[in-house]
Design a protein around this ligand. Structure first.
Ligand code: AMP
Ligand code: MG
Length: 491
Protein backbone atom coordinates (compact mmCIF):
# COMPACT_ATOMS: atom_id res chain seq x y z
CA UNK A 1 0.00 0.00 0.00
CA UNK A 2 1.26 3.49 -0.87
CA UNK A 3 2.83 5.16 2.18
CA UNK A 4 1.31 8.48 3.14
CA UNK A 5 3.40 11.63 2.86
CA UNK A 6 4.25 13.01 6.34
CA UNK A 7 2.42 16.28 5.60
CA UNK A 8 -0.78 14.49 4.60
CA UNK A 9 -3.42 15.56 7.16
CA UNK A 10 -4.61 11.96 7.16
CA UNK A 11 -1.18 10.71 8.17
CA UNK A 12 -2.51 10.00 11.66
CA UNK A 13 -5.27 7.70 10.32
CA UNK A 14 -4.64 4.01 9.79
CA UNK A 15 -3.84 3.16 6.18
CA UNK A 16 -6.87 0.91 6.06
CA UNK A 17 -9.38 3.70 6.83
CA UNK A 18 -11.70 4.61 3.93
CA UNK A 19 -10.82 7.74 1.94
CA UNK A 20 -14.20 9.13 0.88
CA UNK A 21 -14.66 11.88 -1.68
CA UNK A 22 -17.37 14.21 -3.03
CA UNK A 23 -15.50 14.97 -6.20
CA UNK A 24 -18.38 14.42 -8.62
CA UNK A 25 -20.55 16.97 -6.79
CA UNK A 26 -18.01 19.66 -7.74
CA UNK A 27 -19.40 19.46 -11.28
CA UNK A 28 -22.68 20.99 -10.12
CA UNK A 29 -26.35 20.56 -10.91
CA UNK A 30 -25.99 20.63 -14.71
CA UNK A 31 -24.57 17.11 -14.47
CA UNK A 32 -26.87 15.24 -12.09
CA UNK A 33 -30.04 15.32 -10.03
CA UNK A 34 -30.11 14.80 -6.28
CA UNK A 35 -32.44 11.85 -5.66
CA UNK A 36 -33.87 9.65 -2.92
CA UNK A 37 -33.38 5.91 -2.73
CA UNK A 38 -36.41 3.60 -2.77
CA UNK A 39 -37.54 2.17 0.57
CA UNK A 40 -37.59 -1.57 0.14
CA UNK A 41 -39.76 -3.93 2.18
CA UNK A 42 -36.78 -6.21 2.84
CA UNK A 43 -32.99 -6.18 2.73
CA UNK A 44 -31.46 -9.66 2.54
CA UNK A 45 -27.73 -9.64 1.97
CA UNK A 46 -26.88 -12.03 -0.86
CA UNK A 47 -23.33 -11.05 -1.79
CA UNK A 48 -20.60 -8.81 -0.47
CA UNK A 49 -17.29 -8.45 -2.23
CA UNK A 50 -14.84 -8.92 0.62
CA UNK A 51 -11.53 -8.43 -1.23
CA UNK A 52 -12.67 -5.18 -2.85
CA UNK A 53 -14.30 -3.96 0.35
CA UNK A 54 -10.86 -4.30 1.98
CA UNK A 55 -9.29 -2.34 -0.86
CA UNK A 56 -11.53 0.66 -0.20
CA UNK A 57 -11.40 0.44 3.60
CA UNK A 58 -14.89 -1.02 4.10
CA UNK A 59 -13.85 -4.58 4.87
CA UNK A 60 -14.63 -4.38 8.56
CA UNK A 61 -18.30 -3.30 8.26
CA UNK A 62 -20.67 -5.68 10.01
CA UNK A 63 -23.35 -7.23 7.82
CA UNK A 64 -25.88 -4.95 9.53
CA UNK A 65 -23.85 -1.81 8.69
CA UNK A 66 -23.26 -3.09 5.17
CA UNK A 67 -27.01 -3.50 4.69
CA UNK A 68 -27.70 -0.03 6.11
CA UNK A 69 -25.37 1.53 3.52
CA UNK A 70 -25.95 -0.70 0.50
CA UNK A 71 -29.59 -1.72 0.99
CA UNK A 72 -31.01 1.39 2.65
CA UNK A 73 -28.39 3.85 1.37
CA UNK A 74 -27.55 5.63 4.57
CA UNK A 75 -24.76 7.94 3.38
CA UNK A 76 -21.15 6.89 3.74
CA UNK A 77 -19.52 9.46 6.03
CA UNK A 78 -17.46 11.94 4.02
CA UNK A 79 -19.11 11.22 0.69
CA UNK A 80 -22.40 12.54 -0.74
CA UNK A 81 -25.15 13.39 1.78
CA UNK A 82 -27.69 12.37 -0.87
CA UNK A 83 -27.33 10.21 -3.98
CA UNK A 84 -26.78 11.75 -7.43
CA UNK A 85 -28.64 10.42 -10.50
CA UNK A 86 -26.31 11.18 -13.39
CA UNK A 87 -27.53 12.83 -16.58
CA UNK A 88 -26.54 11.46 -19.94
CA UNK A 89 -27.78 10.81 -23.46
CA UNK A 90 -26.75 8.07 -25.83
CA UNK A 91 -27.08 6.17 -29.06
CA UNK A 92 -29.01 2.96 -28.48
CA UNK A 93 -28.56 0.56 -31.38
CA UNK A 94 -27.45 3.61 -33.37
CA UNK A 95 -30.55 5.77 -32.67
CA UNK A 96 -30.03 8.84 -30.57
CA UNK A 97 -31.95 8.94 -27.28
CA UNK A 98 -31.92 12.22 -25.35
CA UNK A 99 -34.09 10.74 -22.56
CA UNK A 100 -31.55 8.45 -20.91
CA UNK A 101 -29.81 9.12 -17.60
CA UNK A 102 -29.69 7.08 -14.40
CA UNK A 103 -33.26 5.77 -14.46
CA UNK A 104 -32.76 3.01 -11.91
CA UNK A 105 -29.44 3.90 -10.37
CA UNK A 106 -27.39 6.67 -8.84
CA UNK A 107 -23.91 7.55 -7.73
CA UNK A 108 -24.06 6.69 -4.04
CA UNK A 109 -20.53 7.50 -2.92
CA UNK A 110 -16.98 8.02 -4.11
CA UNK A 111 -13.87 6.80 -2.36
CA UNK A 112 -10.27 6.02 -3.15
CA UNK A 113 -8.62 2.72 -3.87
CA UNK A 114 -6.26 2.42 -0.90
CA UNK A 115 -3.69 0.51 -2.94
CA UNK A 116 -3.25 2.84 -5.91
CA UNK A 117 -5.13 6.03 -5.00
CA UNK A 118 -7.60 5.86 -7.92
CA UNK A 119 -10.95 7.57 -7.33
CA UNK A 120 -13.70 4.94 -7.46
CA UNK A 121 -17.49 5.21 -7.61
CA UNK A 122 -20.07 3.21 -5.73
CA UNK A 123 -23.01 3.29 -8.14
CA UNK A 124 -26.28 1.41 -7.92
CA UNK A 125 -28.61 -0.52 -10.17
CA UNK A 126 -32.18 -1.04 -9.01
CA UNK A 127 -32.24 1.62 -6.26
CA UNK A 128 -35.53 3.26 -7.26
CA UNK A 129 -37.07 5.76 -9.62
CA UNK A 130 -35.39 9.01 -10.63
CA UNK A 131 -36.31 11.86 -12.99
CA UNK A 132 -34.87 9.60 -15.73
CA UNK A 133 -37.02 6.50 -15.17
CA UNK A 134 -39.40 7.24 -18.05
CA UNK A 135 -42.30 5.53 -16.33
CA UNK A 136 -40.36 2.35 -15.56
CA UNK A 137 -40.07 0.98 -12.02
CA UNK A 138 -36.43 1.82 -11.24
CA UNK A 139 -35.84 -1.75 -10.06
CA UNK A 140 -33.48 -4.61 -10.87
CA UNK A 141 -34.55 -8.23 -10.87
CA UNK A 142 -32.72 -10.59 -8.54
CA UNK A 143 -31.78 -12.68 -11.55
CA UNK A 144 -30.31 -9.58 -13.21
CA UNK A 145 -28.28 -8.90 -10.06
CA UNK A 146 -27.07 -12.49 -9.82
CA UNK A 147 -26.06 -12.42 -13.49
CA UNK A 148 -24.03 -9.23 -13.01
CA UNK A 149 -22.23 -10.60 -9.93
CA UNK A 150 -21.27 -13.71 -11.92
CA UNK A 151 -20.19 -11.77 -15.02
CA UNK A 152 -17.97 -9.34 -13.15
CA UNK A 153 -16.30 -12.06 -11.06
CA UNK A 154 -15.61 -14.13 -14.18
CA UNK A 155 -14.32 -11.19 -16.23
CA UNK A 156 -12.04 -10.03 -13.43
CA UNK A 157 -10.63 -13.55 -13.18
CA UNK A 158 -10.06 -13.64 -16.94
CA UNK A 159 -8.03 -10.43 -16.76
CA UNK A 160 -10.66 -8.03 -18.12
CA UNK A 161 -10.66 -4.56 -16.65
CA UNK A 162 -14.20 -4.43 -15.34
CA UNK A 163 -16.41 -2.76 -12.78
CA UNK A 164 -16.72 -4.94 -9.69
CA UNK A 165 -19.96 -6.12 -8.15
CA UNK A 166 -19.65 -4.77 -4.63
CA UNK A 167 -22.93 -5.75 -3.01
CA UNK A 168 -26.14 -7.55 -3.90
CA UNK A 169 -29.15 -7.26 -1.61
CA UNK A 170 -32.51 -8.87 -2.23
CA UNK A 171 -35.27 -6.34 -1.64
CA UNK A 172 -38.50 -8.35 -1.30
CA UNK A 173 -40.59 -6.88 -4.11
CA UNK A 174 -42.42 -8.63 -6.95
CA UNK A 175 -41.48 -7.26 -10.38
CA UNK A 176 -43.13 -7.66 -13.76
CA UNK A 177 -40.75 -8.27 -16.65
CA UNK A 178 -41.26 -9.37 -20.22
CA UNK A 179 -38.07 -11.41 -20.30
CA UNK A 180 -38.41 -13.33 -17.02
CA UNK A 181 -41.26 -15.46 -15.68
CA UNK A 182 -43.16 -12.87 -13.63
CA UNK A 183 -43.73 -11.84 -10.93
CA UNK A 184 -40.00 -12.12 -10.31
CA UNK A 185 -37.83 -11.26 -7.30
CA UNK A 186 -36.11 -7.87 -6.87
CA UNK A 187 -32.64 -6.76 -5.81
CA UNK A 188 -30.37 -3.78 -5.56
CA UNK A 189 -26.81 -4.02 -6.82
CA UNK A 190 -23.91 -1.76 -5.91
CA UNK A 191 -21.02 -1.56 -8.34
CA UNK A 192 -17.51 -0.36 -7.66
CA UNK A 193 -16.20 1.31 -10.77
CA UNK A 194 -13.47 3.57 -12.04
CA UNK A 195 -15.75 6.50 -13.00
CA UNK A 196 -19.27 6.52 -14.40
CA UNK A 197 -18.55 9.10 -17.08
CA UNK A 198 -19.75 7.68 -20.34
CA UNK A 199 -19.47 8.69 -23.96
CA UNK A 200 -23.16 9.58 -23.55
CA UNK A 201 -22.27 12.06 -20.78
CA UNK A 202 -20.37 14.07 -23.41
CA UNK A 203 -23.02 13.58 -26.09
CA UNK A 204 -25.58 15.30 -23.90
CA UNK A 205 -23.70 18.60 -23.94
CA UNK A 206 -23.14 18.37 -27.69
CA UNK A 207 -26.88 17.87 -28.19
CA UNK A 208 -27.72 20.72 -25.78
CA UNK A 209 -25.28 23.00 -27.64
CA UNK A 210 -23.21 23.72 -24.52
CA UNK A 211 -19.54 23.57 -25.53
CA UNK A 212 -18.39 25.36 -22.37
CA UNK A 213 -20.03 22.80 -20.11
CA UNK A 214 -18.65 20.07 -22.33
CA UNK A 215 -15.16 21.52 -21.86
CA UNK A 216 -15.76 21.52 -18.11
CA UNK A 217 -16.66 17.83 -18.19
CA UNK A 218 -13.54 17.20 -20.27
CA UNK A 219 -11.32 18.96 -17.75
CA UNK A 220 -12.98 17.24 -14.81
CA UNK A 221 -12.48 13.86 -16.46
CA UNK A 222 -8.84 14.50 -17.30
CA UNK A 223 -7.85 15.92 -13.94
CA UNK A 224 -9.74 13.22 -12.02
CA UNK A 225 -9.01 10.11 -14.05
CA UNK A 226 -6.07 10.77 -16.38
CA UNK A 227 -4.05 13.75 -15.08
CA UNK A 228 -0.96 12.49 -16.91
CA UNK A 229 -2.41 13.59 -20.29
CA UNK A 230 -3.06 17.22 -19.28
CA UNK A 231 -2.09 19.82 -21.91
CA UNK A 232 -2.35 23.58 -21.37
CA UNK A 233 -4.20 24.33 -24.62
CA UNK A 234 -7.83 23.15 -24.78
CA UNK A 235 -7.61 21.72 -28.34
CA UNK A 236 -4.52 19.73 -27.33
CA UNK A 237 -6.34 18.40 -24.28
CA UNK A 238 -9.33 17.34 -26.35
CA UNK A 239 -7.09 15.45 -28.79
CA UNK A 240 -5.07 13.83 -26.00
CA UNK A 241 -8.32 12.79 -24.31
CA UNK A 242 -9.66 11.09 -27.43
CA UNK A 243 -6.33 9.31 -27.79
CA UNK A 244 -6.44 8.12 -24.18
CA UNK A 245 -10.03 6.90 -24.47
CA UNK A 246 -9.21 5.21 -27.77
CA UNK A 247 -6.36 3.24 -26.18
CA UNK A 248 -8.44 2.28 -23.17
CA UNK A 249 -11.50 1.27 -25.18
CA UNK A 250 -9.26 -0.75 -27.53
CA UNK A 251 -7.83 -2.57 -24.52
CA UNK A 252 -11.32 -3.29 -23.21
CA UNK A 253 -12.49 -4.67 -26.56
CA UNK A 254 -9.35 -6.77 -26.93
CA UNK A 255 -9.80 -8.20 -23.45
CA UNK A 256 -13.41 -9.16 -24.23
CA UNK A 257 -12.34 -10.91 -27.43
CA UNK A 258 -9.60 -12.84 -25.60
CA UNK A 259 -12.11 -13.80 -22.91
CA UNK A 260 -14.72 -14.97 -25.44
CA UNK A 261 -17.12 -12.43 -24.00
CA UNK A 262 -20.08 -10.77 -25.68
CA UNK A 263 -21.21 -7.69 -23.77
CA UNK A 264 -24.50 -7.50 -25.64
CA UNK A 265 -25.45 -3.82 -25.44
CA UNK A 266 -22.67 -1.59 -26.73
CA UNK A 267 -24.67 1.62 -26.69
CA UNK A 268 -22.72 4.85 -26.15
CA UNK A 269 -24.18 5.23 -22.65
CA UNK A 270 -22.65 1.89 -21.71
CA UNK A 271 -19.09 2.91 -22.59
CA UNK A 272 -17.12 4.34 -19.67
CA UNK A 273 -14.42 6.77 -20.83
CA UNK A 274 -11.90 5.12 -18.50
CA UNK A 275 -12.23 2.01 -20.66
CA UNK A 276 -13.54 -0.05 -17.78
CA UNK A 277 -16.13 -2.57 -18.93
CA UNK A 278 -19.51 -2.19 -17.19
CA UNK A 279 -23.30 -2.57 -17.22
CA UNK A 280 -24.00 -6.23 -17.76
CA UNK A 281 -27.44 -7.10 -19.06
CA UNK A 282 -27.83 -9.87 -21.65
CA UNK A 283 -24.09 -10.80 -21.74
CA UNK A 284 -22.87 -14.28 -22.71
CA UNK A 285 -19.62 -16.17 -23.05
CA UNK A 286 -18.93 -17.99 -26.32
CA UNK A 287 -19.06 -21.79 -26.25
CA UNK A 288 -16.75 -21.84 -29.28
CA UNK A 289 -15.45 -19.25 -31.71
CA UNK A 290 -18.33 -17.74 -33.67
CA UNK A 291 -18.18 -14.16 -34.91
CA UNK A 292 -21.98 -14.07 -35.33
CA UNK A 293 -22.69 -15.15 -31.77
CA UNK A 294 -25.14 -12.59 -30.34
CA UNK A 295 -26.02 -12.18 -26.67
CA UNK A 296 -29.20 -10.08 -26.61
CA UNK A 297 -32.43 -11.62 -27.90
CA UNK A 298 -33.49 -8.10 -28.98
CA UNK A 299 -30.33 -7.60 -31.08
CA UNK A 300 -32.03 -9.09 -34.11
CA UNK A 301 -29.45 -7.79 -36.61
CA UNK A 302 -26.45 -8.97 -34.62
CA UNK A 303 -25.17 -5.39 -34.35
CA UNK A 304 -23.31 -6.25 -31.15
CA UNK A 305 -22.35 -9.85 -32.00
CA UNK A 306 -18.99 -11.20 -30.82
CA UNK A 307 -17.12 -10.43 -34.04
CA UNK A 308 -18.64 -6.98 -34.45
CA UNK A 309 -17.63 -5.67 -31.03
CA UNK A 310 -14.49 -3.88 -32.28
CA UNK A 311 -16.54 -2.17 -35.00
CA UNK A 312 -19.19 -1.16 -32.44
CA UNK A 313 -16.53 0.30 -30.16
CA UNK A 314 -15.00 2.22 -33.04
CA UNK A 315 -18.41 3.63 -33.94
CA UNK A 316 -18.90 4.74 -30.34
CA UNK A 317 -15.47 6.33 -30.23
CA UNK A 318 -16.38 8.24 -33.39
CA UNK A 319 -19.41 9.64 -31.53
CA UNK A 320 -17.05 10.84 -28.78
CA UNK A 321 -14.94 12.50 -31.49
CA UNK A 322 -18.12 14.30 -32.68
CA UNK A 323 -18.48 15.75 -29.18
CA UNK A 324 -14.93 17.09 -29.28
CA UNK A 325 -15.35 18.82 -32.66
CA UNK A 326 -16.36 22.12 -31.03
CA UNK A 327 -13.08 22.00 -29.06
CA UNK A 328 -10.44 20.69 -31.47
CA UNK A 329 -9.57 20.56 -35.16
CA UNK A 330 -11.27 17.79 -37.14
CA UNK A 331 -8.14 16.44 -38.91
CA UNK A 332 -6.41 15.90 -35.57
CA UNK A 333 -9.40 14.04 -34.16
CA UNK A 334 -9.63 11.92 -37.31
CA UNK A 335 -5.96 11.06 -37.06
CA UNK A 336 -6.59 9.77 -33.53
CA UNK A 337 -9.51 7.65 -34.74
CA UNK A 338 -7.27 6.06 -37.36
CA UNK A 339 -5.05 4.86 -34.54
CA UNK A 340 -7.83 2.74 -33.00
CA UNK A 341 -7.24 -0.27 -35.29
CA UNK A 342 -3.51 -0.52 -34.50
CA UNK A 343 -4.21 -0.01 -30.76
CA UNK A 344 -6.72 -2.84 -30.91
CA UNK A 345 -4.24 -5.16 -32.65
CA UNK A 346 -1.58 -4.45 -30.02
CA UNK A 347 -4.04 -4.78 -27.18
CA UNK A 348 -5.35 -8.04 -28.58
CA UNK A 349 -1.87 -9.57 -28.70
CA UNK A 350 -1.26 -8.41 -25.12
CA UNK A 351 -4.58 -9.81 -23.92
CA UNK A 352 -4.12 -13.13 -25.72
CA UNK A 353 -0.60 -13.61 -24.38
CA UNK A 354 -1.80 -12.78 -20.88
CA UNK A 355 -4.59 -15.34 -21.16
CA UNK A 356 -2.13 -18.00 -22.29
CA UNK A 357 0.45 -17.03 -19.67
CA UNK A 358 2.99 -16.38 -22.40
CA UNK A 359 5.78 -13.81 -22.26
CA UNK A 360 5.21 -11.13 -24.92
CA UNK A 361 7.57 -11.79 -27.81
CA UNK A 362 8.94 -9.51 -30.53
CA UNK A 363 6.46 -8.47 -33.22
CA UNK A 364 6.92 -11.25 -35.76
CA UNK A 365 6.44 -14.30 -33.50
CA UNK A 366 3.60 -12.47 -31.71
CA UNK A 367 1.66 -11.84 -34.92
CA UNK A 368 2.34 -15.36 -36.12
CA UNK A 369 0.87 -16.84 -32.95
CA UNK A 370 -2.16 -14.52 -32.88
CA UNK A 371 -3.05 -15.24 -36.51
CA UNK A 372 -2.50 -18.99 -36.23
CA UNK A 373 -4.50 -19.25 -33.02
CA UNK A 374 -7.50 -17.33 -34.34
CA UNK A 375 -7.58 -19.41 -37.55
CA UNK A 376 -7.38 -22.61 -35.53
CA UNK A 377 -10.30 -21.56 -33.33
CA UNK A 378 -12.40 -20.71 -36.38
CA UNK A 379 -11.55 -23.89 -38.30
CA UNK A 380 -11.64 -26.42 -35.47
CA UNK A 381 -14.73 -25.25 -33.58
CA UNK A 382 -12.75 -26.09 -30.41
CA UNK A 383 -14.40 -25.20 -27.08
CA UNK A 384 -13.18 -21.66 -26.48
CA UNK A 385 -12.08 -21.71 -22.84
CA UNK A 386 -10.72 -25.26 -23.08
CA UNK A 387 -7.95 -24.24 -25.49
CA UNK A 388 -6.66 -21.57 -23.10
CA UNK A 389 -6.78 -24.06 -20.26
CA UNK A 390 -5.06 -26.84 -22.20
CA UNK A 391 -2.23 -24.66 -23.51
CA UNK A 392 -1.60 -22.35 -20.55
CA UNK A 393 2.11 -21.53 -20.59
CA UNK A 394 2.46 -22.79 -24.18
CA UNK A 395 4.82 -25.72 -24.77
CA UNK A 396 5.09 -26.22 -21.01
CA UNK A 397 1.54 -27.64 -21.19
CA UNK A 398 2.24 -30.10 -24.04
CA UNK A 399 1.60 -33.19 -21.87
CA UNK A 400 -1.54 -31.69 -20.32
CA UNK A 401 -2.87 -30.82 -23.78
CA UNK A 402 -2.26 -34.37 -25.01
CA UNK A 403 -4.35 -35.67 -22.10
CA UNK A 404 -7.24 -33.30 -22.89
CA UNK A 405 -10.59 -34.71 -24.05
CA UNK A 406 -10.12 -32.60 -27.20
CA UNK A 407 -6.50 -33.71 -27.82
CA UNK A 408 -7.49 -34.95 -31.29
CA UNK A 409 -8.02 -31.32 -32.31
CA UNK A 410 -4.41 -30.57 -31.41
CA UNK A 411 -3.22 -33.37 -33.69
CA UNK A 412 -5.23 -32.00 -36.63
CA UNK A 413 -3.59 -30.06 -39.43
CA UNK A 414 -5.23 -26.77 -38.41
CA UNK A 415 -3.29 -26.83 -35.14
CA UNK A 416 0.14 -27.27 -36.79
CA UNK A 417 0.70 -23.51 -37.31
CA UNK A 418 -0.21 -22.82 -33.68
CA UNK A 419 2.24 -25.46 -32.49
CA UNK A 420 4.93 -24.03 -34.77
CA UNK A 421 4.28 -20.52 -33.47
CA UNK A 422 4.46 -21.75 -29.88
CA UNK A 423 8.00 -23.05 -30.53
CA UNK A 424 9.25 -19.45 -30.40
CA UNK A 425 7.36 -18.52 -27.21
CA UNK A 426 8.07 -18.90 -23.52
CA UNK A 427 5.81 -19.11 -20.49
CA UNK A 428 5.70 -15.85 -18.52
CA UNK A 429 5.55 -17.58 -15.11
CA UNK A 430 6.07 -21.35 -15.53
CA UNK A 431 5.50 -21.83 -11.78
CA UNK A 432 1.80 -21.06 -12.19
CA UNK A 433 1.20 -24.42 -13.85
CA UNK A 434 1.73 -26.04 -10.45
CA UNK A 435 -1.53 -24.48 -9.26
CA UNK A 436 -4.22 -27.12 -8.56
CA UNK A 437 -6.52 -25.38 -11.08
CA UNK A 438 -4.39 -26.70 -13.93
CA UNK A 439 -4.55 -30.26 -12.58
CA UNK A 440 -8.37 -30.13 -12.77
CA UNK A 441 -10.26 -31.96 -15.48
CA UNK A 442 -11.84 -28.88 -17.06
CA UNK A 443 -11.58 -25.11 -17.13
CA UNK A 444 -13.94 -22.91 -15.17
CA UNK A 445 -16.58 -21.57 -17.56
CA UNK A 446 -19.75 -19.52 -17.35
CA UNK A 447 -21.80 -20.53 -20.37
CA UNK A 448 -25.49 -19.67 -20.54
CA UNK A 449 -26.67 -23.15 -19.48
CA UNK A 450 -24.48 -22.91 -16.38
CA UNK A 451 -25.89 -19.49 -15.52
CA UNK A 452 -29.43 -20.83 -15.86
CA UNK A 453 -28.49 -23.85 -13.74
CA UNK A 454 -27.22 -21.51 -11.02
CA UNK A 455 -30.40 -19.43 -11.12
CA UNK A 456 -32.89 -22.35 -11.18
CA UNK A 457 -32.31 -23.58 -7.57
CA UNK A 458 -32.41 -19.98 -6.30
CA UNK A 459 -35.74 -19.45 -8.04
CA UNK A 460 -37.15 -22.88 -7.09
CA UNK A 461 -36.12 -23.22 -3.45
CA UNK A 462 -33.90 -20.27 -2.49
CA UNK A 463 -30.87 -22.55 -2.74
CA UNK A 464 -27.76 -20.41 -3.23
CA UNK A 465 -25.20 -23.22 -3.10
CA UNK A 466 -24.56 -23.42 -6.87
CA UNK A 467 -24.03 -19.63 -6.88
CA UNK A 468 -21.48 -19.80 -4.03
CA UNK A 469 -19.79 -22.84 -5.58
CA UNK A 470 -19.34 -21.02 -8.88
CA UNK A 471 -17.94 -17.93 -7.17
CA UNK A 472 -15.50 -20.16 -5.28
CA UNK A 473 -14.47 -21.87 -8.53
CA UNK A 474 -13.96 -18.49 -10.20
CA UNK A 475 -11.86 -17.31 -7.25
CA UNK A 476 -9.75 -20.46 -7.64
CA UNK A 477 -9.19 -19.70 -11.29
CA UNK A 478 -8.31 -16.08 -10.48
CA UNK A 479 -5.78 -17.37 -7.98
CA UNK A 480 -4.25 -19.65 -10.61
CA UNK A 481 -4.01 -16.83 -13.15
CA UNK A 482 -2.89 -14.25 -10.58
CA UNK A 483 -5.74 -11.96 -11.64
CA UNK A 484 -7.75 -11.69 -8.41
CA UNK A 485 -7.07 -9.67 -5.30
CA UNK A 486 -5.38 -11.43 -2.44
CA UNK A 487 -7.38 -12.17 0.64
CA UNK A 488 -10.40 -14.26 1.47
CA UNK A 489 -12.55 -15.24 -1.47
CA UNK A 490 -15.97 -13.78 -2.09
CA UNK A 491 -18.82 -14.87 0.11
P1 AMP B 1 -29.48 -0.18 -19.51
O1 AMP B 1 -30.11 -1.08 -20.52
O2 AMP B 1 -29.45 -0.76 -18.13
O3 AMP B 1 -28.16 0.36 -19.93
O4 AMP B 1 -30.49 1.04 -19.39
C1 AMP B 1 -30.79 1.94 -20.43
C2 AMP B 1 -31.60 3.09 -19.88
O5 AMP B 1 -32.87 2.65 -19.43
C3 AMP B 1 -30.96 3.78 -18.70
O6 AMP B 1 -31.29 5.14 -18.77
C4 AMP B 1 -31.63 3.10 -17.52
O7 AMP B 1 -31.58 3.89 -16.37
C5 AMP B 1 -33.04 2.93 -18.05
N1 AMP B 1 -33.74 1.79 -17.43
C6 AMP B 1 -33.61 0.49 -17.72
N2 AMP B 1 -34.41 -0.27 -16.95
C7 AMP B 1 -35.09 0.58 -16.13
C8 AMP B 1 -36.07 0.41 -15.09
N3 AMP B 1 -36.53 -0.79 -14.73
N4 AMP B 1 -36.53 1.54 -14.49
C9 AMP B 1 -36.07 2.75 -14.84
N5 AMP B 1 -35.16 2.96 -15.79
C10 AMP B 1 -34.67 1.90 -16.45
MG1 MG C 1 -26.68 1.29 -19.21
Amino acid sequence: MRPRAPDDPRAALPETAPRPSRRHAELGLAFYDVVEPARFPQAILRYRNRPWAERVGLGSLTDADWTRHFGRFEPLPGSFPEPLALRYHGHQFRSYNPDLGDGRGFLFAQLHDLADGRLLDLGTKGSGQTPWSRGADGRLTLKGGVREVLATAMLEALGVETSKSFSLIETGEALERGDEPSPTRSSVLVRLSHSHIRIGSFQRFLALGEPDTLARLLDHTITTYMPEIWKDALPDRAVAFLEAVSRRVARMGAQWMAAGFVHGVLNTDNINVTGESFDYGPWRFLPHFDPDFTAAYFDTNGLYSFGRQPEALFWNLSRLADCLLPLAEQPRLEAVLRGFGPHLQDAFATALFARFGLALAPEEPTHRFVGAFWRFLAESGAPFERVFFDWYGGRASEDRAQASPVAALYRAESFAPVRAALEALEAASPGRLAHPYFAGHAPCTLLIDEVEAIWAPIADRDDWSAFSDKLAAIAGMADAYGTGLEGPGPG
